[in-house]
Write a protein that binds this ligand. Structure first.
Ligand SMILES: [Zn+2]
Ligand SMILES: [Zn+2]
Length: 180
């Protein structure tokens, strides 16, 4: 069986109906928007599967490394993640659907779809490789973190123009450049 498929047949027979799962392996082909996991990178799970009346609970955490694309300058960077997991796998497929949980199929809990969901939800809509990333020049596409093209200066001038003209009018309009 795949490393993320756990047989829960004997869960009820355990002293407190629970089992610890500490394991790691790849999550193949994981790609979502601006984030992805290398097929060669391992994802670690540290979970307790507990048998409750109508379902199996999976509680714990998942850790790994995401590759992200900066939404401003498009540079690729890596970021570790550590995410809480608290999900349920229902024996009844209808209950799984109604309660937005997962299904136990043939006494097997497949952690993979759950893991993918948890990781996808953690990916920022607009990842930035550093908080002060300057992004790309909308005119020439230059990486403004590395170079300073004139276009960027013009952009800033346009943005400050209203303030400059306001300041100019308050000081008697002696700034001819802004009035034009
Ligand atoms: Zn960036
Ligand atoms: Zn430019």
């Amino acid at each position: 069986m795949h490393w993320l498929q756990i047989d829960v047949t004997n869960l009820d027979g355990l002293s407190d109906g629970s089992r610890e799962i500490r394991s790691s392996g790849p999550v193949e082909g994981f790609r979502s928007g601006l984030g992805w996991i290398d097929d060669g990178d391992s994802v670690h799970i540290d979970l307790v599967l507990r048998s409750v009346s109508d379902s199996v609970e999976a509680v714990g955490e998942v850790r790994g490394k995401l590759h992200l694309s900066c939404s401003r300058c498009l540079v690729e960077y890596q970021e570790g993640f550590r995410l809480d997991v608290d999900e349920k796998f229902y024996f009844d497929p209808t209950a799984a659907e109604l309660k937005e949980g997962y299904e136990v199929r043939d006494q097997v809990v497949n952690l993979e779809p759950m893991l993918r969901d948890v990781i996808v939800l953690s990916i920022p809509m607009r990842p930035v490789h550093t908080d002060d990333c300057k992004g790309l020049c909308p005119e020439c596409g230059a990486d403004l973190n590395a170079s300073d093209c004139k276009h960027a200066k013009q952009q800033i001038d346009i943005r400050w123009a209203p303030l400059q003209s306001l300041m100019a009018s308050q000081s008697g309009g002696d700034d001819e450049e802004v009035e034009k």
